[in-house]
Design a protein around this ligand. Sequence first.
Ligand code: UDP
Length: 474
Amino acid sequence: MAKQNYHVILFPFPAHGHITPHLALQARLHQYHPNLTITLVSTPRNIASIRSSLPPTSPLQLHSLPFCPADYGLLSDSESTEDLPSGQFGTFLFALESVCPAFDHFITETSKQSSVCIISDMLLGWTLDVAHKHHAFHSSFMGTSAFGGAVFLSVMMNLPHNHSDSDPLTLPEYPGVLVPRSQLAAHILTASQTDPSTVLTQKLLSTLYKTDALLVNTTEYLDPIGICMLKKTHNLPVIPIGPLVGSSYSSIPTSERESNIFEWLDLHPGASVLYISFGSQDSIQKSQMMELALGLEASGRPFIWVIRPPLGYNAKDEFKDEWLPDGFEKRMKEENRGFFVHGWAPQIAILSHKSIGAFLSHCGWNSVLESLNSGVPIIGWPLQAEQPFNVTLLVDLGVCVEVARGKLETSEVKKGKVADTIEVVMGDNEKGQDMREKANKISEMMKETWKGESCSSAKGLAELLKLIKRVTNN
Ligand code: UDP
């Protein structure tokens, strides 16, 4: 007999860029459906940092799943992709499956009281088996754009790509979409169908074709082609429930100096400062950092740069002067032109400051949504995964210019192009003006998406609730 109370279990992939939109989804679910019980599950360290960031009045419940990364040869504190040295992502995916018994136990207990709805990250496909076992509703959460996610999925499910010389690649599911090979990360270009982590990734992603509903952190006016693409290839409800822009939680404390960012920003005129960040876990080559720095200097514009150690260094390494051109940081500080963050930046607040005029970004989807939500145009430097396809979408929307692509030694970055692109996007010219207008328009539309009961994303949540009731009552 179906139970009348519903318990939503959110299970994000343990990485900042995945946890943040799940938290934003929880906030929207509680706003529009206050009677739902919602629990977010994750590994112990992630649960502890989320707990410390929640307001005391938050109705969100948290549940910790025991996790022993050391059993898989990972460092014992590797509970998030931010902690991983490069090359260990595949091992981390395998290790995460080890929380399955604890997750299963939690669902067993929860199902005794309520009808359960699991909303799990697209990279946690094994949760579907647990849902089936307990006759629970299951939906996969795609935290990418629909366009980026659809292209990425097609690329990943049609491996290998090293068998032909055709450039661009054509995608069997989407004949109209051409993918230049230069948009694919090296490990995808060389991946074989027998490589264990590729096999696992394909298995996890195949859940996206079998789940009860596919939730996508996007919206019709931003991403109409991508939504159509997913609807064409996925014979199940595809529900845009975005844009979900959170009040970003931080697992890394912001230092006192970094909290002076806003005083520094206040000193600059409106839309004059460039913000630069490559997300919560990625980085570029030292040689690329050098060229970027020289381009910034040549541009003459003020900037905030969130500097993570370049590739090849440990993510937790202290900043080293040798990563930047001689005397660069000192010169930029003396001229009051550069603010350097060697750690964690309060990104959402920075992007909403009136002095920010553009965002040089790796185009992770959260960064994109946060930028557009604040009406800030983007200078794209995609590094991996679906990021290059996000750039294609953004360029089509008229809010982005690509400045560089990739993080290999061979991925070319030229200081002249950096300076010229900054000038195009931030300068007083027709293209820059047009990009700013379009970004502002999108910002207005994004705010409309969540206004009132009949707004489009609230309708998406209502559709989800209806499906949960239908599936769990059968
Ligand atoms: N972020 C932040 N401060 C930082 C770096 C990242 O607040 O110094 C946040 C950013 O606001 C965004 C998330 O981390 O919400 C990054 O997600 P995104 O999808 O852009 O990229 P990822 O890190 O997953 O590659």
